[in-house]
Design a protein around this ligand. Structure first.
Ligand code: NDP
Length: 327
């Protein structure tokens, strides 16, 4: 028997609770992993609360990523005893996810934990930190360097935002953090932000073009914020867009793109091909250190997950939440 967070629809009622399951309950997959750590992301909050139709199949075990040790493998590329982890691929949406003591998944989705990192470290980084790296690499791929100018990070106190700031600062960039929680300024500075702006300056409908304030941006907020971010990006700059914390809409004009040559780079972590993932995790393994992970993440136990998921949706959680499945 093993413990899992279990979402089901009973007589049209959405329910999420901790359940004891056995191996017979497992869905399809060729590798069984003893899960050591999982995480709580915005998407998990939506799945656990039922606030948004994230879950596409019932019953469902939420959790978009996990790490652990392989217990059983029918996949030639994965060995019993190997330290592995996974991000995305529809876990917690279409396939059972990581908020469980045991997971059965398609072994092709698993990556080996990099030698310099632990199963805890890869979850402290998690989907948010990996997405932040995909965003950094999208800026680099489009020609942005520390000499290009300042880089704006929106949703600064969130998981993606916190890691984006930390990576950029370590790579030598000057970072402006946009946040609705100015009281967290010290934390953002510790991560590497040089300047902090109030997110309200970006969240209302704005002009098609504004002052050129940054060379590039990493946006996890969407909506008016993304439109205003593009409008204030320097000539030839780049905006990596990965999130929708303010909204899914994009009420913008084409002006920044056709008059300033701004590039809007979309970033998806879920279906991202493995070669890009490996490249992102190679750079993550080089950049993260214990201090960064401690500043960016907090650890909770399995029993706290439902409560913290609601707090996360209310914007009360700072940085990353790692779930200690064994604890
Ligand atoms: P978090 O909940 O950890 O952080 C979101 C942050 O956005 C908050 O901390 C807050 O930062 C800011 N925020 C929240 N509400 C609003 C609002 N109404 N207006 C402006 N800012 C707001 O989430 P994550 O960092 O994990 O994810 C951020 C976004 O990125 C989510 O939309 C998520 O779905 C998306 N995402 C996308 C991925 C992809 O593959 N494309 C992968 C991972 C995440 P502050 O308090 O500093 O203002």
């Amino acid at each position: 028997m093993f413990k899992a967070l279990y979402i089901d629809k009973v007589e049209d009622q959405y329910q999420c609770s901790v359940k004891q399951l056995d191996d017979a309950a497992f869905p399809e997959g060729d590798v069984i992993v003893n899960v050591e750590y999982s995480t709580l992301n915005y998407k998990d909050g939506l799945a656990i609360s039922g606030k948004s139709p994230v879950v596409r199949r019932f019953p469902m075990v939420p959790g978009i990523d996990f790490s652990g040790i392989v217990e059983h493998s029918d996949n030639p590329n994965i060995q019993v005893g190997q330290r592995v982890f996974v991000n995305g691929w529809g876990l917690g949406e279409k396939h059972w996810g990581g908020l469980t003591q045991k997971a059965k998944v398609n072994g092709d989705w698993l990556l080996p934990v990099p030698d310099s990192l632990s199963t805890y470290d890869v979850m402290a980084v998690g989907t948010a930190g990996y997405t932040a790296m995909l965003c950094v690499q999208a800026l680099e791929k489009n020609g942005i360097t520390p000499q290009s100018g300042k880089i704006l990070v929106t949703g600064a106190n969130g998981g993606v935002g916190s890691f984006a700031i930390a990576y950029l600062a370590k790579l030598g960039y000057t970072v402006i953090a946009s946040t609705g929680r100015p009281e967290e300024a010290e934390r953002l500075q510790a991560l590497g932000a040089s300047e902090i702006i109030d997110r309200n300056t970006l969240s209302e409908p704005g002009r098609p073009l504004g002052k050129e304030l940054w060379a590039a941006a990493i946006d996890s907020v969407g909506s008016h914020t993304l439109a205003n971010v593009c409008a204030s990006t320097q000539y030839g700059g780049v905006v990596a867009a990965c999130g929708l914390a303010q909204g899914m809409d994009f009420p913008a004009t084409v002006a920044p793109f056709i008059l300033r040559g701004v590039t809007l780079a979309g970033v998806d972590s879920v279906m991202c091909p493995n070669d890009k993932r490996v490249k992102a995790w190679e750079q993550i393994a080089k950049l993260v250190d214990k201090e960064m992970l401690d500043t960016a993440s907090t650890v909770i136990g399995f029993e706290q997950v439902i409560d913290i998921a609601h707090q996360l949706l209310d914007g009360k959680v700072k940085g990353r939440v790692v779930v200690d499945i064994k604890g």
